[in-house]
Design a protein around this ligand. Structure first.
Ligand SMILES: Nc1ncnc2c1ncn2[C@@H]1O[C@H](COP(=O)(O)OP(=O)(O)O)[C@@H](O)[C@H]1O
Ligand SMILES: [Mg+2]
Length: 259
């Protein structure tokens, strides 16, 4: 099946009269790892929320695993929101946090059984946190907490993993580590990953595609190629309109000039 698992076309989103996303187009294919980068306020979290069915949109088309956003089967999409401070403050052991990932699959009122526990242990293993299974998440480092949250999302057995600034608070070494973990997941489990990231330099070594978002999608193509300095300035600078895209960029093909 070669349908994209996330399909966004000409998406326009407003908060009141303010347009936050305009004609945004993005596809994430099965098994693909894609990063969205861009300045604060550029609409990254909003785009994720639309994909998750948490925010309505004015115009455009969005499909997630072939369904309308919000109509995907429970547990098929794992989401790690931008801030997890609340959960972080809970006096709860790492393995129980991971077990919580089973709840969407279990449905109402069912308690996790031995198979769920076994899966939770496996997920901790995948992210390299087995040794800390009994440690309260409060006492873990930022990077370790993020891994536990990834394990929780994995315990859901999702096809798609959506992460909003998951590497915030990690030092450079943990970042590399963390993206490496995500990439292994992608390789071993064939899940698709869409994440928001600030570390454009680091993340481009790990992902298949980068999308620069600042109201519009500014660049959208295979990673690994250097993103031209000009684009970075344009996306992160002020007052920009569009500019350079590569030939894979649908937005570009449909009307914006290369330059
Ligand atoms: N619930 C909301 N109500 C009104 N405006 C919002 C709301 N959420 C976000 N915005 C605005 O939408 C824009 C994009 O925000 P967001 O998607 O959070 O950007 P990013 O994640 O790229 O920093 C910002 O200008 C922000 O102020
Ligand atoms: Mg955000």
């Amino acid at each position: 099946m070669n349908e994209p698992w996330i399909h966004v076309r000409d998406l326009t989103v407003r908060y009141g009269s303010k347009t936050v996303l305009e004609k945004v187009t993005l596809d994430v294919m099965p098994g693909e790892m894609v990063s969205i980068v861009g300045p604060n306020g550029g609409g990254k979290t909003t785009l994720l929320k639309v994909i998750l069915g948490m925010k309505d949109f004015s115009e455009g088309e969005v499909r997630v695993l072939g369904e309308k956003p919000g109509h995907v089967k429970a547990g098929e999409v794992g989401y790690l929101p931008q801030i997890n401070r609340h959960l972080r403050d809970f006096p709860i052991r790492a393995r129980d946090v991971v077990l919580m990932g089973r709840f969407p699959r279990l449905g109402l009122l069912k308690r996790p059984g031995p198979a769920d526990r076994k899966l939770a242990e496996e997920c901790l293993e995948i992210v390299g946190m087995s040794d800390s299974a009994d440690v309260p998440v409060q006492s873990l480092s930022g990077g370790q907490v993020q891994r536990v949250f990834i394990a929780r999302a994995l315990a859901m057995e999702p096809k798609l993993l959506i992460l909003d600034e998951p590497s915030t608070g990690l030092d450079a070494v943990s970042q590399e580590d963390f993206y490496g973990t995500l990439r292994r997941l992608r390789d071993n489990r064939g899940i698709s990953i869409l994440m928001v990231s600030h570390d454009i330099g680091v993340v481009s070594n790990y992902v298949d595609k980068i999308a620069c978002l600042n109201r519009h999608i500014h660049y959208h193509g295979p990673a690994g190629n250097e993103i031209p300095e000009k684009i970075i300035q344009e996306v992160f600078g002020r007052n920009i309109q569009i500019l350079v895209h590569n030939k894979n960029c649908v937005t570009c093909r449909e009307g914006h000039s290369n330059g």
